[in-house]
Design a protein around this ligand. Sequence first.
Ligand SMILES: [Zn+2]
Length: 579
Amino acid sequence: MMDNRDNQQCSVIFRDIASLLELQGDDLYRIRAYRRAAQTLASLSEPLRTIARRGALETLPGIGKTLSREIQELLETGRLRYHEHLITTVPEGIVDFLRLPSLSTEQVRTLWRTHDMTSMQQLAQAFHAERLPFDASTLETLGKEIAAWEREQHRMLLGIALPRADILVERLAALPLVEQVSVAGSLRRGTAMLGDINMVLASPDPPRLMHLCNQQPEIRQVLETGPTSTVVVTSEGLRVSLVAVLPPQFASALHYYTGSTAHLAVLRRIAQRRGLDLTQYGVRQLERSQYLPVATEEEVYALLGLPYIAPELREDGGEIEVAEAGRLPALVTLGDIRGDLHVQSAWGNGAHSLEDIAQMGQRLGYQYVAVCDYATAAAADRGLTPAKLATQVAAIRRLNATLPETFRLLTGIELEISPDGEIDFDTGLLQELDLVIAALHTGLKEPRNKLTRRLCKAMEHPLVDILAHPTGRMLGRQVLPSIDMAAVLETAVETGTYLEINSHVLRLDLPETYVRQARDLGVTLALGSEAQSIQDMRTMRLGVLTARRGWLGSSQVLNSLSYRGLLQRLQDWGVSNVT
Ligand SMILES: [Zn+2]
C-alpha cells in the first residue's frame, strides 16, 4: 500500500521551511537547500519510505545529513519539530500566504508587516474590496487561488454536517477525559455551507485526549495533529477539526473558535479599550497579564459591557452596535415553530401517506402540517390534477376528524407559476384550500426581467399566500437564477405575500441576507420543509437557523402562530384581499 503521500508531505514542509526562513531573512544558502530538497522530493517516483529503508536518502540530489535526518523524523513521527517551531514564530495565516504560488515572500511580508493581514479571510476580503497593493497579473492569479480557497471553505452542506455533528458530539462526550464538548465554527453559526466541522472539548488532559481521538475507529485519516488540536477525516469523508482545552478555558475557547473572524476582530477592539485581550484560553488583563475567570460565553460579553450575542448573529453585520444599544432581537427558536407549512405526500411527489405525515407532525410537537403537493398546468400528469386535489382535500378532512383536537393537517398546494406569471388551476378549488403556495421550478435560466415579472405577478394573484423558495438557488451549484430581489421584496410588502424559508437541505431559500431585508421591510416569513419524506420534516431546524441568521423573532414567522391564530391570519388576509 505504498503511495507518494509522504513525498508530497515532506516536500510541502521543506517548502514551508524555506519560505519561513526567507521571511525571517535567514541565510540564503540554507533557504536554497530546503527549496531544492522540496523540488527533489516532489519529483521522486519512488516512495521515500522505500528509499529510507534502503538507507539511500543521502544519495538523493540536494539531501545531505541534516535533511535526511529530518526526513527520517517525518517518516517516523509524522511531524518535524523544526518545522513546528518555525511555524509558531508567525501568525497562523502567514503560512497559508506563503503557500500561495502567486505571492513572493516579499509580498507576504508586505501584507503582514505593512497591512497587518494575518488570515486568509482578511486577504480574501481585501482582495474583493480591491485593496491589495499588487500588479494586475499577480492579482489575476491570486484571485484564482482565493476563489479555490473559498470553495474549499464552503464545501459541506449545513444539512449534511449538522446531523453528523450531533452523532460526533454524542460519541466524543462518551469518551474518557471529556468533560464538555460543543460544536463551534461556522456550523454553530449556522452558515448554509461550511468547510470543517469544528468542535471544542474540555478535558483535564488535552494531549492524551487528542491522542485518544486520533485512535477512534471511525477516523480514516489524521491530517494535522498536536497536543491541543487535531484535524481528521472521518470514514464518511468529513473533515473534523477538534480543539481540546482545560475545563476552566472551555467558555473562552468555545467563543474564540465559534468566530466569526470579523466578529472577533470588532470585539477585540472593544476589549483593548477596556485593557483586555480575548484569547482562546481566557480573557486576559493586559496590564497584569492575568486571566479573568470566565465560566460562560455570557461572561465574555459581559466583560466587554455587552449582552450575550447568539452565534448566528456573530458576523459583524451590525450585531455589536445593536447589542451596545441594547436592541438585539429575541431570535425565533425551533420550539416556537407550531407547524410545517410545506410538506408533500404520496398523493404527489412525496413518499408518505397523510396518516404518516400527521403522525410525524405530532411527534415533532406541531399543531399543524400543511400538505402542499406539487401541481403544474403544463404537465398535469406529473403533479396533482384538480380532480385528485379535490379527493385529497376530502381525505384530509376525514382524517382530521379522527385526529386528536391538538393537531390538524391543513389543505394546500404548491403551484408552478406559468411562463407568463399565471396561476393556471381550478380557482374554485383553490379558494377552498387553507394555503396556496406558488413557486418556480422550471425556466429558471430565463432573463432577469422575465423571471422577476413571473414571481411578482404570481404574488399579485389574490389566492397566493406564500412564495416558496423565492431565489431558486441550489446550494453548491454555481449558476444562480437572476432575479431582482428588491422588486420581489417590494411586491411581497405590497401584496401581503409571505415569503418562504424553505429548509430543504439543498435550498435554505430565502437566504439569510434577504431574510433580514424582508424583516426590515415588515414581510412575514413562512418556514416550510418541502419534505418529500417524513424524515425530511426534521430539516425545519435548518430553516430556523437561517431565520435566526436573518435576525427573525418569532413574531415575524407565520408558523409560530397557533393553529387558530394561523387560520385567522390566513382568512383575514384572504377576505381583505378578495374584496
Ligand atoms: Zn418547490
